[in-house]
Write a protein that binds this ligand. Structure first.
Ligand SMILES: *[C@@H]1O[C@H](CO)[C@@H](O)[C@H](O)[C@H]1NC(C)=O
Ligand SMILES: *[C@@H]1O[C@H](CO)[C@@H](O)[C@H](O)[C@H]1NC(C)=O
Ligand SMILES: *[C@@H]1O[C@H](CO)[C@@H](O)[C@H](O)[C@H]1NC(C)=O
Ligand SMILES: *[C@@H]1O[C@H](CO)[C@@H](O)[C@H](O)[C@H]1NC(C)=O
Length: 536
């Protein structure tokens, strides 16, 4: 109880201090960073909101007023929505001319109509595109930025290799119509400052996909969007369900404009089948991260922003595959300080794949769109919702925070006398990882020291012994390991959130063990910890 008060007090405080008061739009890019007009980094912490299913209306409006949903998005710490739309919303006149009410009626969704009437009476008799604009306006009124994501052509659940929406030339994917639709959408929202980006096409895929056509059409789409609306970031996805951007390494994209290009990639547990569950988590994490760096992560080093525009998990926490993936993913996303869009906001769908009222277990809102599905998960991503570093954010000099992905917390000391614990990263101490592999508290003589199996790790001023040297070990490179006498130990967390050392987990090839509690990442940060220190 006491400690949860401490945390919530700190998180309110950190909101006050970290959140930039105003973002000077429009955005542009500066090497791998997305920055505002003043050159200050803006980290995109987005959530996906679905509008591409058959109804063509942003999900959830039968459950809650649009303004309540927008406010909820902001209060969960997101500064941005990736709003999905199907091409036909703006290219098929017989669809575009429908009102929201007619669209529900045509699909026999009478219960949703009464919900919409009750919660969003001002939207129900708008045309579909006007309703879409109303959602964007509501987000804008709540200072939430929007990325318009062309998710599919023909409205419906996405994506399979054979759904006719996968690649240029597929049954429902006429490239000319696509350019028309992108142009229309870019034009409609030209002048809406909170629309900061357009994601040109979601998850290119299927038997027709090829690199030559990718350049031809994506460059064409990018130019079309830029001429219709030069204020938006132009966001390009790769091949193979947005996993593969490796081809950019050999042939850069050739555009007439600069400072607006962002790449996007997707990554789920199921992107690698059941590997997480059937393999050794350290080995799988190491292998899959290396693969992602080769396919798309390398773009950061080449000076391009990379938005992870979809990732997510079953928030009930009962999928071993998803759980292990997320522990590894969050470490990676923190280390690279990535811009992201979580899949998904949606608590439930009006109609998905023929079923009414489908519960979305990956959704941060619950079925009713009234509460959050899993507050533990929101805590896990909260540290990633503000930038660790980047242009204009050097509040203090570069240091490390010790991030713990399975809780989303960081290693900190409450006072010199208390043992080290996990707490909000906004209150994290500043650590230095020295060439001698000690982890020292910046500005002090103290370093982190292991005391033995099952015992709390301590701060000490004797920093030359083997038990104050920390190696980053295992294929995952997420264990911090030291030596006490003859014991090799790993940093860990006990049930009371105290930092301890235990026997290192899963260093062999077993697949049944779970090293999650021992996974830490040393993350570069220039965030100021001063407000944390002022509380001590
Ligand atoms: C436009 O939408 C209507 C209604 O869904 C559909 O019947 C028609 O085939 C669509 N037209 C095109 C050209 O896709
Ligand atoms: C880039 O595009 C321009 C005009 O679209 C063209 O003239 C130029 O040759 C292209 N450059 C490369 C390297 O393809
Ligand atoms: C939330 O997620 C955690 C961790 O994955 C899980 O243990 C817990 O049961 C989940 N809570 C709910 C309400 O689903
Ligand atoms: C939705 O809300 C209603 C009314 O508050 C409640 O009775 C019901 O249990 C909720 N359903 C779910 C699935 O959360």
């Amino acid at each position: 109880m006491g400690s949860s008060c401490f945390f919530s007090f700190l998180s309110v405080l950190s909101l006050l201090i970290i959140s930039p008061a105003v973002t000077a739009l429009p955005l542009h890019t500066s090497s791998r960073w997305i920055v505002d007009e003043t050159g200050q980094r803006v980290k995109l912490a987005c959530v996906n909101w679905v509008t591409h299913l058959e109804v063509l209306v942003a999900e959830g409006l039968s459950k809650q007023p649009v303004d309540a949903i927008s406010k909820r998005i902001a209060s969960m710490g997101f500064n941005c929505v990736r709003l999905t739309w199907p091409l036909y919303l703006v290219t098929n006149d017989s669809l575009a001319s429908l009102t929201v009410r007619q669209s529900f009626q045509n699909l026999g969704l009478s219960e949703s109509i009464s919900g919409l009437q009750a919660n969003n009476p001002s939207i129900i008799d708008l045309s579909l595109i006007q309703a879409f604009q109303a959602v964007v306006s509501s987000l804008g009124a709540n200072k939430v930025m929007v990325i318009l994501d062309n998710h599919i052509s023909k409205p419906g659940w996405c994506c399979s290799s054979s759904d006719g929406n996968g690649f240029f030339g597929d049954q429902y994917f006429n490239p000319d119509l696509w350019i028309q639709g992108l142009t229309r959408m870019a034009t409609i929202f030209n002048g809406m400052p909170n629309v900061i980006g357009m994601s040109l096409r979601n998850e290119l895929r299927g038997p027709r996909q090829n690199v030559k056509d990718w350049y031809r059409y994506m460059q064409g789409g990018a130019e079309a969007v830029h001429s219709a609306n030069p204020d938006v970031l132009v966001i390009l996805s790769g091949l193979g369900f947005d996993k593969d951007l490796s081809f950019i390494r050999n042939q850069p994209v050739n555009l007439t404009f600069t400072g607006k290009l962002v790449y996007e990639m997707h990554w789920y547990g199921f992107s690698d089948g059941k590997s997480w569950e059937s393999g050794n988590p350290n080995q799988v994490c190491g292998r899959v991260v290396n693969n992602m760096m080769r396919l798309s992560g390398y773009l950061l080093d080449q000076g391009w922003p990379l938005l992870v525009s979809e990732f997510g998990m079953d928030l009930r926490g009962n999928s071993v595959n998803d759980n292990r993936f997320m522990d590894c993913f969050l470490g990676w996303a923190a280390e690279l300080d990535l811009d992201f869009a979580l899949w998904t906001l949606v608590g439930s769908y009006y109609l998905r794949e023929g079923i009414v009222g489908v519960n979305e277990y990956y959704g941060v809102l619950d079925w009713n769109w009234s509460g959050t599905r899993n507050s533990t998960f929101l805590q896990r991503i909260s540290a990633l919702q503000s930038p660790f570093q980047g242009p204009g954010l050097s509040e203090t000099s570069l240091h490390k925070v010790i991030f713990h992905p399975s809780t989303g917390l960081c290693v900190l000391r409450k006072t010199m006398l208390d043992p080290l614990t996990l707490g909000p990263c906004s209150a994290s101490d500043s650590w230095k990882y020295t060439p001698q592999k000690t982890l020292s508290l910046r500005g002090t003589y103290f370093c982190l020291q292991a005391e033995g199996l099952g015992r709390p790790a301590r701060l000490s001023i004797i920093c030359t012994d083997p038990n104050s040297k920390w190696d980053i070990i295992s294929d995952s490179k997420m264990h911090l390991s030291s030596t006490v006498g003859k014991d090799s130990v790993c940093l860990d967390v006990d049930p009371n959130n105290i930092i301890v050392t235990n026997t290192c987990k899963c260093l062999d090839t077993g697949s049944t063990c779970d090293p999650g509690s021992q996974w830490f990442k040393l993350v570069d940060s220039t965030r100021s910890p001063s407000y944390a220190e002022s509380l001590r």
